[in-house]
Structures are given as structure tokens and as C-alpha cells.
Design a protein around this ligand. Structure first.
Ligand code: ATP
Length: 141
């Protein structure tokens, strides 16, 4: 498997679980959060972890974010920070920016600022559960 450089911004439940799975699969992960406690909690599941406000271009540049193959923006509730972060990452030339959206409008704006893949965690998980229930070996569940 090719080893890629990933960065996960926002180390809540969603961001940490993405980071943990990639880390288990042997990938290089940088975890980033504005909250020091979140960074400390995520340390076992990432290669490196830093405290930074990713709405600041200077902070992103000093992390060397331009060297990453793929950045996952797992900020949800603070919509402004999520949108600003995605927009800066695209300006800085990140090829693959994946972003979590809390709702349709949030997703539409993320699309406008250049997010390459938008994830709606609740909606996508709901669909996955329904699909599993509809699969032949689950129909009697
Ligand atoms: P989850 O649903 O994944 O548990 P959450 O409920 O903690 O997430 P979110 O608002 O989605 O809440 O935030 C995810 C993480 O993003 C938080 O740990 C938060 O500190 C971080 N975060 C918010 N703004 C920034 C920012 N500007 N720079 C870096 N990290 C940020």
C-alpha cells in the first residue's frame, strides 16, 4: 500500500475516528485542533499532533500543510471556521480536501469554496444502516 501524508483538522469524534483508522492502516497522519485537550487526547491515534487555528493562513503555512496529499476538515459546528479552512487549503494548493458538512446549506458553500468531497456524517450513516438492513442476509433482522 502506498503511504500518503494525511492531515485531519478537528479532532472531535468524527475527525479522531478518521485519523485512528488511517493510522491503524499505517498511513502518516497529522492531527490538528485549536483545542489543546483534543490534541492531547488524539495523540495515541496520530503520527504527529499540533495545536493550531486553521483559519489563519500563517498557521497553515508554518505547519507545512502544502506538503500533504489529502486534508480532512472535520470541523462542523463552527461553520465559518470550516468554510474558511477549506477555502484556505484550496488556495494553498491541496489537491484533495475532504470536508464534513452538518447540513445542505453548509455543504453547498463547501462545494463553492472548492471542497473535493463533502461528507454528511448523519445522512451517510443513516443510508448505510438502511442499506445493510436491506441486504439479503439482514432482511429477517
Ligand atoms: P464531533 O461531532 O466530530 O465529535 P464536535 O461535536 O466536537 O465534533 P465540531 O464543531 O464538529 O464539534 O468540532 C470538531 C473539532 O474542530 C473540535 O475539536 C474543535 O476544537 C475543532 N475546531 C473548531 N474550529 C477550529 C479551528 N479554527 N482550527 C482548528 N480546529 C478547530
Amino acid at each position: 500500500m502506498t503511504i500518503k501524508q494525511y492531515a485531519v483538522i478537528g479532532l472531535g469524534r468524527f475527525g479522531t475516528s478518521v485519523a485512528r483508522r488511517l493510522h491503524e492502516a499505517g498511513q502518516e497522519i497529522l492531527g490538528i485542533d485549536i483545542n489543546e485537550e483534543r490534541v492531547e487526547d488524539a495523540e495515541p491515534y496520530v503520527t504527529h499532533a499540533v495545536v493550531a487555528d486553521t483559519t489563519e493562513e500563517k498557521a497553515l503555512k508554518s505547519i507545512g500543510i502544502g506538503n500533504f496529499d489529502c486534508v480532512i476538515v472535520a470541523i462542523g459546528n463552527d461553520m465559518q471556521s470550516s468554510i474558511l479552512t477549506v477555502s484556505l487549503l484550496k488556495e494553498l494548493g491541496i489537491k484533495k480536501v475532504i470536508a464534513k458538512a452538518l447540513g445542505k446549506r453548509h455543504g453547498q458553500v463547501l462545494d463553492k469554496v472548492g471542497a473535493d468531497w463533502i461528507i454528511y456524517p448523519e445522512r451517510d450513516m443513516g443510508e448505510r444502516v438502511a442499506n445493510q438492513l436491506l441486504s439479503p442476509n439482514m432482511l429477517n433482522y
